[in-house]
Design a protein around this ligand. Sequence first.
Ligand SMILES: Cc1cc2nc3c(=O)[nH]c(=O)nc-3n(C[C@H](O)[C@H](O)[C@H](O)COP(=O)(O)O)c2cc1C
Length: 180
Amino acid sequence: MHVLVAYASRHGATQGIAERIAQVLETGGVTAQALPAASVKSVAAYDAFVVGSAAYMFHWEKAAVAFVRRNRAVLAEKPVWLFSSGPLGSEAVDAQGRDQRLAAIPKEASEMLVAVNAREHRVFFGAYERDRKPIGIAERFVSIMPAAREAMPEGDFRDWPEIEAWAAGIAAALTEAPAG
Ligand SMILES: Cc1cc2nc3c(=O)[nH]c(=O)nc-3n(C[C@H](O)[C@H](O)[C@H](O)COP(=O)(O)O)c2cc1C
């Protein structure tokens, strides 16, 4: 059993989640490799997939969307799990009382789920460092708007026990004997 954990990350938070998932999968008895989605030339060697992306302005990164679209025929025949790294802060609900995880579901999530018949799409809290170099228009915009900068909680909010438990569940699903 060989699993690809393909990710799209601008600043490393999603990459860290993908790498931890791969480590836990290895501990759970399956070989796993975490690679940037844009760098994957062929998916032929893999038996299952975890695909994750940072969420920016309610969207998955283009590299993750493109990875799923170009490999959808192969992925649809294999077990696939999806994740997003998004909301910031330590509160389950935002200032408007909305569930942060639900609000963070990217616009592409339902298309991705259906395209590859994924088992699940999970939202994990992400990480944000205020003074890092902005990448892309939205981040540049946020970086010059003091109100927007202040509204975005700074810190590493990744919930490692939750991420590890999710990955352990995937390892278990992939190694358990088929029913019957
Ligand atoms: C300009 C900007 C826009 C963002 N938009 C969203 C969003 O729409 N939904 C969300 O859940 N998180 C959003 N975030 C938070 C990031 O997704 C989070 O920081 C993520 O963990 C970053 O991952 P990366 O380091 O792999 O790029 C945004 C962050 C920035 C700086």
